[in-house]
Design a protein around this ligand. Structure first.
Ligand code: HEC
Length: 150
């Protein structure tokens, strides 16, 4: 668990949740520089961005009293997408959160009306649960994905 703390601390420095290099840690370069990740973005980071866009669209749609805009199959890659080096120590531990998230997504897709709204909020909590273990940088962003005035 000591490692989890260590990588979480790095996450706090690099807001986009790209692990900083050692020199970045000692120099404490601005977060903006870490975000523009010169080493390229991992498959998992790109998937996370797609998931974030999906949540933003679902939130807007639910706030307008409409259903969610479909259920992308691509998110099933969550259990195998390659992460930024050093981000995931134990893939089985990570995948327990990933499977829970995918099952919560299924619930959103299968429910309707008020039930879908509640399922959406459970899905969002599922994002938070994993991020509390893996990468705390995006947590404020995930908190803002809550549906307003349902
Ligand atoms: C199973 C664990 C897990 C779940 C569930 C999860 N995340 Fe992530 N997220 C991560 C990890 C690990 C990273 C770092 C990925 C990397 O750098 O390779 C990340 C990265 C991110 C990033 C930063 C991407 C970037 O630009 O570098 C955002 C934003 C994000 N997640 C939002 C979300 C949202 C929104 C949800 C729910 C829809 C979510 N995450 C669900 C583990 C998770």
């Amino acid at each position: 668990m000591g490692n989890t703390w260590f990588f979480s601390a790095i996450c706090l420095i690099a807001l986009a949740c790209n692990p900083a290099t050692e020199s970045q840690i000692t120099d404490l370069q601005p977060a903006a520089e870490a975000i523009s990740n010169p080493n390229g973005d991992s498959e998992l980071a790109l998937l996370m961005r797609a998931m974030t866009v999906y949540m933003e669209q679902a939130k807007d749609s639910l706030e307008q009293g409409k259903g969610i805009p479909g259920c992308p199959e691509e998110f099933k890659r969550l259990t195998e997408a390659t992460e930024t080096e050093g981000m995931i120590k134990d893939r089985n531990h990570f995948n327990a959160y990933a499977e829970q998230w995918l099952s919560d997504l299924d619930q959103v897709c299968q429910s309707k009306g008020k039930g879908q709204l509640q399922a959406y909020e459970r899905l969002r909590t599922s994002c938070l649960n994993c991020h509390q273990s893996y990468c705390q940088g995006p947590i404020p962003k995930i908190q803002r994905l809550t549906v307003q005035n349902p």
